[in-house]
Design a protein around this ligand. Structure first.
Ligand SMILES: [Cu+2]
Length: 254
């Protein structure tokens, strides 16, 4: 369901609440158009890092609404806000690399060593501007700092769409805390951005993008439970809370 639709739904639920009307009339609003498909990646740390996060991608045609949260990454690099390059990779095995992908034995799976697992950059998850692979190493438009609340609506290219369809799309957030890796790797340079240390471009968080099966199997026939249904669920929850509070207030005090 497009964001506008969700807003309308929330507004409708709020209006019903204000009017004190029964809310059991919203079932038809729940039906999804069947056009959107939602993917989710659970971002787990690798290379001895400590962060975690999630990314949800709602796809309507080639328009992707991306909502991402992560925390626990390195906040600073050389005393300045740490640029965490992040991408949707794809076209390979659709996996996050295992520690055994560290072929040069420096204790860190570099972004190049991870490529057989997650493939090349398909989309750059920049905070503004270019989202193509060309922007993949642009530190200016990368998110900075230890934590991120990210929401962006972008158009995906054919290669990214194909990766999502074939199940090879993987979200990778780069940038290691240098204090959490060995000395050899800490002193190595990045093979991706020669001006940066290896740590700055090695993968810190990774998660494969998988279709979300909300409330059962996704038949692709539409009408599956999407984000709109969850918003509605929360609305109903809030409403029943409000109703209880109202009932409590109406009860005569003793
Ligand atoms: Cu990447």
């Amino acid at each position: 369901m497009p964001i506008e639709g969700r807003r309308t739904l929330v507004a409708a639920v709020a209006a019903l609440a204000a009017a004190g009307t029964s809310v059991l009339v919203t079932a038809p609003v729940m039906a999804d158009s069947g056009k959107t498909k939602t993917y989710q990646a659970v971002l787990d740390p690798l290379n001895g890092q400590t962060g975690s996060g999630t990314l949800t991608l709602e796809l309507d045609g080639r328009t992707a609404t991306i909502v991402e949260h992560y925390s626990g990454l390195a906040g600073k690099l050389d005393g300045r806000p740490y640029p965490h390059l992040q991408h949707i990779h794809g076209g390979a095995r659709g996996e996050c690399p295992a520690p055994s992908a560290d072929t040069n034995g420096d204790g860190v799976v570099s972004t190049v060593e991870g490529k057989p697992a997650y493939g090349p950059i398909r989309t750059t998850l920049s905070v503004r501007g270019d989202t193509s692979p060309t922007a993949g190493t642009d530190l200016e438009i990368a998110p900075h700092g230890a934590a991120l609340d990210y929401q962006r609506v972008i158009e995906l290219d054919d290669a990214t769409l194909a990766s999502l369809r074939e199940g090879t799309a993987v979200v990778v957030v780069h940038g290691l805390d240098p204090s959490l890796i060995g000395e050899k790797a800490r002193n190595a340079g990045s093979e991706l951005v020669p001006s940066l240390p290896l740590a700055a471009t090695a993968p810190a968080l990774c998660g494969a993008l998988r279709p979300m099966a909300a409330g059962g199997a996704d038949t692709g026939a539409g009408g599956t439970a999407g984000p709109g249904t969850r918003v509605l669920g929360l609305g109903l929850l809030a409403l029943s809370g409000a109703a209880l509070a109202l009932a409590a207030r109406r009860r005569p005090s003793r």
